[in-house]
Design a protein around this ligand. Structure first.
Ligand SMILES: [Ca+2]
Ligand SMILES: [Ca+2]
Length: 276
């Protein structure tokens, strides 16, 4: 073999070897580009799995414990109210100005006058609210049109115990006056309230009688006229009463009628409760 022939053969071998290596490199590069993308997907899948599993495993535990952990909210302390008791009249009462059916019933206190007892008795029965008033008055002179300006007994009742600052459809003013001009024990009777209910006024009963130093007056307000205050133990009302002599308040239960129009402000009247 000549030298020229050997060189040619060597060149051919070199070209063949070079030609085989050249195209193989890019395929490995392409594979290297894909691998990081695949790893990301795997990582995401691994991360997602525990986050979904954790809450589902813990959820039942707190929902079971929650009611036990939540303590009963402490009840708000009720406002302390001093109620004056209106006794229950166990014996039948006849509205006739005779006090014999009141012997077992104690007189009402009069906190406004710092008196634990006074000339007014009240009691309740299923049929209504009763009262017996013993007034000292040496000259009986009622005012039929404006009883509060003459000799009279006024009873103020807020029947729903809302303790409103101003009079409303359930705040009532009942007025009873001795009536020397009328026959027998007949009285002047008036009912003042925001709504006009003449049948209510007609349902009120009263009787009076002169005494040595004044008069006595007995009355009854029927249960229907006291509605929504039920004639039952525990019923709460606001109450005020006044005995007037010639328009001047001489006996008062809970506030001063002549001051700041308190006669028209239930909130200034006294809390009272029907006793057992
Ligand atoms: Ca009687
Ligand atoms: Ca008088």
């Amino acid at each position: 073999m000549s030298k020229t022939a050997l060189l040619s053969l060597s060149l051919v071998l070199i070209l063949v070897l070079f030609g085989c290596k050249g195209p193989s490199e890019p395929t490995t590069e392409e594979g290297a580009e894909e691998s990081p993308f695949d790893e990301d997907i795997v990582e995401e899948e691994i991360v997602e799995e525990p986050t979904e599993a954790e809450p589902t495993g813990k959820e039942p535990v707190p929902t079971e414990k929650a009611p036990k952990k939540a303590p009963a909210s402490p009840a708000e302390p009720e406002e302390k109210i001093d109620f004056t008791e209106i006794p229950h009249g166990t014996a039948k009462i006849t509205v006739d100005a005779d006090s014999s059916d009141w012997e077992g019933i104690a007189p009402m206190p009069q906190p406004f006058m710092d008196k634990t007892t006074g000339p007014v008795k009240l009691c309740w029965r299923e049929e209504g609210l009763y009262g017996f008033v013993t007034a000292t008055d040496d000259d009986i002179s009622p005012d039929e049109e404006r009883p509060w300006q003459g000799d009279s007994f006024e009873l103020f009742v807020e029947k729903d115990f809302r303790r409103e600052p101003f009079k409303h459809y359930n705040s009532f003013q009942f007025l009873f006056s001795p009536a020397p001009d009328l026959e027998g024990t007949e009285c002047y009777i008036m009912s003042l309230h925001p709504s006009d209910e003449p049948e209510l006024e007609e349902s009120l009963q009263a009787a009076w009688k002169k005494t040595d130093n004044g008069y006595v007056l007995e009355f009854m307000i029927p249960a229907d006229a006291m509605d929504p205050a039920k004639m039952a133990p525990g019923t709460r009302i606001l109450l005020h009463f006044v005995i007037s002599n010639d328009g001047e308040s001489v006996e008062q239960f809970f506030c001063d009628k002549s001051l700041d129009n308190q006669w028209a402000r239930p909130k200034t009247w006294g809390p009272a409760i029907l006793a057992k």
